[in-house]
Design a protein around this ligand. Structure first.
Ligand code: NOJ
Length: 764
């Protein structure tokens, strides 16, 4: 067969990238042959150049970056998000001796220009179609800005809401997060990675980052292999199996060895056991940090450890550039290792279609958008649909919600009219002013007929140190802006507004920076300024609807007791205000379910529904002496995993099993009837949990194995069928063999993880 030869498809005025260096045939249609041919022609310096991923806006000035690219000393960049900027850099890459294109990466975590709800909120939708929509739109928008790769999805399981990055992940459950991981990888990468509107997914942070001790960011992770395999690793694997092109390596240690130097993690597990063939990317400065971890005595040994462990692309370190030439010259690092890493970078570029067309996502200058933030570039409808789905109704006494459109509403709270907080953290190229605040959403919803009386009521916090911290985070401008009035005056104004109104809507919670990288907290309480506001509002006796905006479970005991309705809205994105108004006024019936347990207090952490069984479990309703409990407050979550209310009611039948005795390899059908017994159309999530009743090692009290979101009209009933297969019964035993052991299992069906109906079967 005739091979197609380079040069690339040329754009007007571009020079053939291989014209000067490679007049001989380079096989463009054969990935492996092309990579080998390039590696043969590349100098060691050029190969090492491919291993460098440089931050735009970091310590290297842009002009210098362009020069470095043109010299073949940079393989990829991140944080540059316009076609014009990226074109300049790609032109420089094509001027380099071999004309190898670079790629452009960015943290597109929950949207790019249109911002979708934060990841924890996406998980609350339990709606894989909605999540896929958010991912697809993100890819379309990011690629339209000349981006090729996103550092997402972030699938770190966490059981500790003190961790600020809880907001960035999808919660505590390995099954739910795995489903989302696969869904997002497919959504980002599209039908073909080489399509102009696909971006490569780089799943992170491998591995176990969400288990940092005490929820303190970047802290130690130490975990038994069984827990790792059972509870934390599955989502990364699901992303790899869905074809993720990249893996970003975590900053933390894994059982004593930093992930970035962990050969077991990056080679034995990821490559050999899971068969990952893509690109390993270190996190920001991670190779340098091997010195601070104290596993490398100097830069030279840090670079050696990282390349040996299997870090291909080094994010913003200088050590590969400085140290690898010497390490290769001395024979300490074989050239084969460099070739392997550089080969993977080239393979990623190939898969992204960049060798065929380096401007695939950058396009022609004449097609550049006149205004990058133009309204026409946003996908507001998709954002609103997804945001509505992600809201979780936690309380609704006496049907306080939905509100009547003609009700007089006192809208109070520091987050009620905040644009920037609607974005949530990691808001990519999202623009605060383009978000719809809750105030705007309510005002538009009621139109001329209603009355919204707005009063700020409190600042997010009055703690000067906290404000300083939040404004120090690397946002472009200070964003926690204090209302200078005394707290009392603001509260009085809010109370006056409440007295004039039929109902109070209080938007309280966290500034977005409170749930961010490095923003770990020791307390999950509302800041005192906001608590004082709520107390004053309760004292008015007016019905109180609390609209929570936050990026982690908060401590809600007081609110649960005193508010009439509570809606968890997380950080709902560009269309947040509209979506929340849709739910408050009943245009949309809420259907979100919590993807993470809400503790009563910090002292209960870690708290997670799929806990291993105990010899002395606490039994609710019985005196708890010598059982596993805390004696000063009720035990168990305040709001459990999987929980969320609706404006209608649902009834679930007992589960029916296709058989009671199961042979190996035989599927088991579990069916259940769900009925909308209320008066409104609505959706709920039918959840199937499994408990292995006796195991060779201690098994969890339950584990989510299937779920389905169903929409039902009033009075409508539907049979939901789940098929379980042998793999669903498997776990990693003490030898880490993945086995299904014979014996009894309990199937539990519910609309949350705690109120379940069960049936048993036996695996023969
Ligand atoms: C550090 C973060 O840990 C990681 O998640 C992110 O992708 C990189 N910085 C790049 O921004």
């Amino acid at each position: 067969m005739m091979k197609r030869l380079l040069p690339f498809v040329l754009l007007a005025g571009a020079i053939s990238p291989f014209a000067c260096a490679a007049p001989s045939a380079l096989p463009l249609d054969d990935r492996q042959a092309l990579i080998e041919a390039l590696l043969e022609r590349m100098t060691l310096e050029e190969k090492i150049g491919q291993l460098r991923l440089i931050s735009i806006g970091g310590d290297m000035p842009r002009e210098r970056i362009v020069e470095e690219i043109a010299a073949g000393r940079i393989g990829a960049t991140f944080n540059s998000v316009t076609r014009a900027d990226n074109r300049l850099m790609q032109e420089a890459a094509l001027r380099s001796r071999l004309g190898i294109p670079i790629f452009f990466a960015y943290d597109v975590i929950h949207g790019h220009r249109t911002i979708f709800p934060i990841s924890l909120a996406l998980a609350s939708s339990w709606d894989l179609e909605a999540i896929a929509l958010s991912g697809r739109v993100s890819a379309i928008e990011a690629s339209a800005d000349g981006l090729d790769l996103t550092f997402a999805p972030m699938v770190d399981i966490t059981r500790d809401p003190r961790w600020g990055r809880t907001s960035e992940g999808f919660g505590e459950d390995p099954y739910l997060v795995s489903q989302i991981a696969g869904t997002l990888v497919r959504a980002y990468q599209g039908q073909r990675l080489s399509a102009a509107d696909s971006v490569m997914a780089s799943v992170k942070h491998f591995a176990l980052y969400g288990a940092v001790e005490g929820g303190r960011d970047y802290n130690v992770v130490d975990m038994s292999p069984q827990r790792m395999h059972q509870g934390y690793l599955p989502p990364y694997r699901a992303a790899v199996e869905a074809g993720a092109g990249g893996v970003m390596v975590a900053l933390n240690t894994v059982n004593g060895v930093p992930a970035s130097a962990n050969r077991w993690l990056l080679r034995d597990l990821l490559r050999d056991e899971w068969g990952f063939r893509g690109l390993n990317i270190s996190d920001h400065g991670a190779i340098d940090e091997l010195l601070r971890h104290g596993v490398a005595e100097d830069g030279r040994s840090a670079a050696r450890l990282a390349i040996e462990a299997g870090i291909d692309l080094s994010m913003h370190d200088s050590l590969y550039l400085q140290e690898l030439p010497g390490l290769v010259a001395s024979g300490e690092v074989p050239m084969a290792l460099i070739d392997q890493a550089a080969g993977r970078v080239l393979a990623a570029k190939y898969d992204l279609g960049l060798f065929h067309d380096p401007y695939l996502r950058i396009g022609k200058a004449t097609d550049d958008p006149a205004e990058v933030n133009a309204e026409s570039r946003l996908h507001r409808e998709a954002a609103r649909r997804v945001a509505r789905d992600s809201l979780v109704l936690l309380e609704n006494r006496q049907r306080t919600l939905p509100l009547r459109k003609d009700a007089r509403v006192a809208l109070v709270g520091p987050l009620a009219d905040s644009h920037v907080d609607m974005l949530g953290s990691w808001s990519a190229a999202g623009v605060a002013e383009q978000t719809v605040t809750l105030r705007q959403g309510l005002e538009q919803a009621v139109g001329d007929g209603g009355r919204i009386i707005h009063a700020r009521g409190a600042n997010v916090t009055d703690d000067a140190q906290m404000i300083e911290y939040l404004n120090f985070l690397n946002w472009d401008r200070p964003e926690v802006i204090q209302d200078p009035r005394p707290a009392r005056e603001m509260i009085d104004e809010a109370v006056r507004a409440a007295r004039e109104a039929d109902v109070v809507v209080a938007a309280v919670g966290e500034a977005r920076g409170m749930s961010h990288e490095s923003s770990s907290r020791t307390s999950l309480a509302l800041p005192a300024s906001q608590q004082a506001l709520l107390e004053a509002l309760v004292a008015t006796g007016k019905p109180l609807v609390v609209v929570l905006m936050n990026g982690r479970p908060l401590q809600l005991g007081w609110i649960k007791e005193h508010a009439d309705a509570v809606l968890e809205t997380w950080f709902a994105g560009t269309e947040g205000g509209h979506a929340i108004a849709d739910v408050l006024y009943g245009v949309h019936n809420p259907s979100g379910k919590l993807p993470i347990s809400f503790p009563r207090s910090v002292g209960q952490i870690p708290i997670y529904y799929n806990h291993p069984r105990l010899g002395r479990p606490y039994v609710e309703g019985r005196p708890g002496n010598y059982t596993s409990q805390y004696f000063e407050e009720p035990n168990g979550a305040l709001y459990p995993f999987g929980y969320g209310l609706s404006y209608t009611e649902f009834e679930l039948s007992k589960p029916r099993l296709s058989q009671r005795k199961l042979n190996r390899g035989q599927p088991l059908e579990v069916s259940v009837t769900v009925e909308n017994s209320g008066t409104r159309t609505g959706a709920t999530v039918v959840q199937l949990y499994l408990q292995d009743l006796v195991g060779s090692s201690v098994r969890p009290v339950k584990e989510l194995k299937r779920f389905e979101k169903v929409m039902l009209a009033p009075g409508e009933a539907r049979v939901v069928r789940f098929v379980l297969v042998e793999d669903d019964l498997k776990f990693h035993d003490v030898r880490l063999d993945y086995v299904a052991e014979p014996g009894e299992f309990e199937v539990q069906l519910g609309l949350d993880s705690q109120a379940v109906l069960s049936e048993r079967f036996e695996l023969l």
